[in-house]
Ligand binder design. Structure first.
Ligand code: CTP
Length: 396
């Protein structure tokens, strides 16, 4: 589990977005974290401590003078074994308090009393005008300067009926950010370009040829690279997956479109990871109009032409990024994998052990490079993606 043995203090301050903190608590607990909820008095007007207690499975604290804490020092007791403190939602008023080191309630006091080794993450949630107010912006700058991580906010429709910046991030986005905050930043300031998913080659306006790639491995690598601090662009064929938080996604359909997007960006990248299952051929005589049956029962005669090899083209660039390829072979992986690495002219090739990995949540990999090969044991695609990211970072 992503947050196994992590102890998180989740602070709620006054705001409608408190309802999202309930979902966030569920996500944190499901990811293995112990969640200790602390609420300001204002937060209890939006959601009850009873709800938060039921979801976290722990007593919720709201008061500095809570006699249930034996030594009456909740601000110390609740922070000494914490791995992170997350304030979600964080109101404009609470940002002001944090920026000034206020200690006038339990939550603000424990933020000030936390050891500086305990990261503090805040998810602002407020009306657009409140967010844009120079005082709030001044406080946000001060928080960043003090090493506090500001998550979001997002733009969109607000509970008050107005639209703009100030919406709290969604619970699943916050969860991704919290998980990412515990990862080693081995790709800080690196630019990573990734292809993922299948391609779709049209036969006519309503039909086409595609493959069974789900995109899961490529998306997991995009997420892992972002967690490691990289700036990630994901060029994706058609998939049903949602974009990992903080990743820039460009949708394409055909191999040619994927090639065009990748070639326009590759020279400015540090790393290129080709995970997409790119169609080797496209229909040369695709029809502009929908093909119709005729009474004679004639069947269409499709002709094919070869698609460009995106990975080989990037690897042949003068200013090439560090190139990583994938290979799905149905036999002789060790032999074909190394041969494919050489043919494509790349330093690292990742082979899927067993070719029936499409759509599955688990995978087993073997890495080929100049030093030989190395197996990454069967694991969840997210775990493997993280291992692969550290392997790549170690080779840069
Ligand atoms: N690839 C690519 N462009 C293509 C075909 C493949 O960028 N037109 C990339 C894939 O994303 C993968 C690697 O090349 O990283 C290997 O893909 P694979 O389909 O296994 O290899 P092919 O070169 O197509 O060779 P073959 O199908 O004959 O094994």
């Amino acid at each position: 589990m992503d947050l196994e043995r992590k102890r998180i203090v989740l602070g709620l301050t006054g705001g409608v977005a408190c309802y999202k903190a309930a979902e966030l608590t569920r996500g944190l607990v499901k990811a293995g974290a112990t969640v200790q909820v602390v609420m300001t008095n204002a937060a209890t007007h939006f959601i009850t401590p009873v709800t938060m207690q039921a979801l976290s499975g722990r007593t919720v604290y709201t008061d500095q003078w809570d006699a249930r804490i034996a030594n009456n020092m909740p601000h110390i007791d609740l922070t000494r074994d914490a791995d992170a403190i997350v304030i979600a939602p964080c109101s404009a008023d609470f940002m002001f308090k944090l920026a000034h080191g206020a200690c006038d309630d339990l939550l603000s006091t424990l933020c000030v009393a936390r050891p500086m080794t305990v990261p503090l993450l805040v998810a602002p949630a407020m009306n657009v005008e409140m967010w844009q107010n120079p005082a709030t912006q001044r406080n946000a700058t001060q928080l960043r300067f003090d090493g506090i991580h500001i998550l979001g906010p997002d733009a969109g429709e607000q509970a008050c009926g107005e639209t703009g910046m100030g919406r709290m991030l969604e619970p699943e986005q916050l969860l991704e950010e919290i998980i990412a905050s515990f990862r080693n930043k081995v790709l800080t300031s690196k630019r990573v370009l990734i292809t993922a998913g299948p391609t779709f080659e049209p036969i006519d306006p309503v039909r086409g040829i595609t493959n069974l790639s789900s995109g899961k491995m490529g998306y997991a690598i995009a997420r892992a690279a972002r967690e490691a601090g990289a700036e990630v662009t994901l060029v994706s064929g058609p998939t049903a997956l949602s974009t990992p938080f903080g990743v820039h996604r460009i949708n394409v359909q055909t191999a040619q479109q994927m090639y065009d997007v990748v070639m326009s960006r590759a020279p400015s990248q540090d790393i290129f990871i080709a995970v997409a299952a790119v169609a080797d051929w496209r229909v040369a005589n695709a029809s502009v109009q929908k093909l119709k049956k005729n009474e004679a029962g004639d069947v269409p005669q499709l002709q094919f032409e070869q698609n460009p090899d995106i990975l080989a083209a990037v690897a042949a660039l003068k200013d090439k990024p560090y190139c990583v390829g994938f290979a799905a072979e149905s036999e002789n992986l060790l032999e074909y994998g190394e041969a494919k690495r050489k043919r494509k002219g790349i330093p690292l090739l990742v082979g899927n052990i067993g070719h029936q990995t499409f759509g599955k949540d688990e995978n087993e990999l073997v890495l080929f490079d100049d030093a030989g090969n190395k197996r990454l044991a069967r694991a969840d695609k997210h775990d493997l993606a993280r291992q692969l990211v550290s392997e790549i970072a170690g080779r840069l």
